[in-house]
Design a protein around this ligand. Structure first.
Ligand code: MEV
Length: 374
């Protein structure tokens, strides 16, 4: 189905810029036809839906969709895996999922990524990429139902923006809606955490918590974890710079673990230092002192360098952001590729332009601003 839809959209002559969006909409419409792809492309090109902000509201089945949010870690990634605090903020980039009934078998489709496979009912036969979704279905007792799970990710894959957790939350919420299970937010978060454990090995729980609650949070893992709402009174102008190089969180978390196992004393000290920065940053945010926050982020980036999870591209982006007026810039998420987050004093435009001029992608976000539907 996905492959067929991709060739239909290609045959319709749809430009690369809007290809993914047209593909999603063609599949959602149920009319996988060249004329339909052209109709949707024309609609988008006229820019009517995009500029009016009606695009999301008018998609078919939108109300039946489950949503999970992407996030940025402002400070504290990696050390949070070792029981320290982290600050993370949701971003208005989401993953949506939709369940449709099927005679039998469970099909998972991510048209944008060209993913389509049937999930093995038997746990032991599942391939590694089937397991994160599989564990959710098992825990909800839905593994024997016939369904198609369609996933529409706007959060880019492996870019340190919480994509896998957002997928898990979107799927859990979509299943909850479709089968009217009545899950609480805590249930959704718990199930997404189970899925994250399969995807990443030893996650702190930060990403799924953000994807689920979609609020700025101070987080510290534990049983139960500390999850405190962070009040950002005045949204903070920021830029996400995306390297385009995949950063695999499981890999960088594994790397840090190996180093920690070699010299626990040294690495515990680094984690403690980062924790101090995080707690100072909470105060800086509460005092609306963005200059101080920026400086703390810069120092946190230095510590992440000490953990060896940065890359030349991340360094380049951090440098560009700082040179073009950002008050602070650091890698965000697992590193090893992925993205940076830079906070700005007012206009983000110079940072955005400089990042784009260097051939990378940049997104302007207002950290702490109210998100749609949260
Ligand atoms: C979170 O986005 C990134 C890491 O801290 C891993 C985790 O918290 O599970 C590196």
């Amino acid at each position: 189905m996905t492959l067929h839809a991709r060739s239909v959209v290609t045959a319709a002559g749809v430009s690369e810029e809007i290809f993914d969006e047209v593909l999603d909409r063609v599949i959602q419409s149920g009319d996988v036809k060249i004329w339909k792809a052209q109709e949707i492309a024309n609609e988008l090109q006229r820019n009517e839906l995009r500029t009016s902000g009606l695009d999301k509201q008018t998609r078919p089945n939108e109300s039946a969709m489950g949503i999970g949010y992407g996030k940025v870690v402002l400070l504290g990634e990696h050390s949070v895996v070792y029981g320290r605090h982290a600050i993370a903020v949701p971003i208005p980039i989401t993953v949506r999922a939709l369940i449709e009934d099927r005679e039998e078998g469970i099909v998972l489709m991510i048209p944008r990524w060209g993913v389509e496979y049937e999930l093995a009912g038997n746990v032991t036969e599942r391939r590694s990429f089937e397991r994160p979704a599989g564990v959710i279905l098992d825990k909800l007792g839905l593994s024997n139902r016939g369904m198609c799970i369609e996933v529409f990710p706007d959060v880019p894959r492996s870019m340190g923006l919480g994509g896998s957790a957002a997928i898990a939350v979107a799927i859990v919420r979509a299943l909850d809606r479709h089968y009217q299970i009545g899950l609480s937010d805590e249930d959704v978060n718990r199930l997404a955490y189970e899925s994250e454990k399969i995807a990443h090995g030893s996650p702190s729980g930060l990403d799924n918590t953000l994807a689920c609650y979609a609020k700025p949070l101070v987080f510290r893992p534990g049983d139960p974890p500390l999850v405190e709402l962070l009040n950002i009174r005045k949204p903070i102008p920021a830029v996400i710079g995306i390297t385009g190089h995949e950063g695999l969180t499981a890999k960088t978390v594994g790397r840090v673990r190996e180093a920690w196992q070699q010299d626990k004393k040294l690495y515990e000290r680094i984690f403690d230092e980062i924790d101090t920065l995080v707690l100072s940053a909470v105060k800086a945010i509460q005092d609306e002192d963005i200059k101080a926050l920026g400086e703390l982020m810069n120092v946190n980036h230095g510590m992440l360098n000490a953990l060896q999870v940065s890359t030349p591209e991340l360094e380049q982006l951090v440098e560009i952001a700082r040179k073009n007026g950002a008050l602070g810039a650091k890698l965000t998420g697992g590193g090893g590729g992925g993205s940076i987050i830079a906070v700005c004093d007012g206009a983000t435009e110079p940072v955005i332009s400089a990042i784009k001029d260097a051939g990378f992608q940049a997104i302007s976000v207002n950290l702490g601003a109210t998100l749609d539907g949260s």
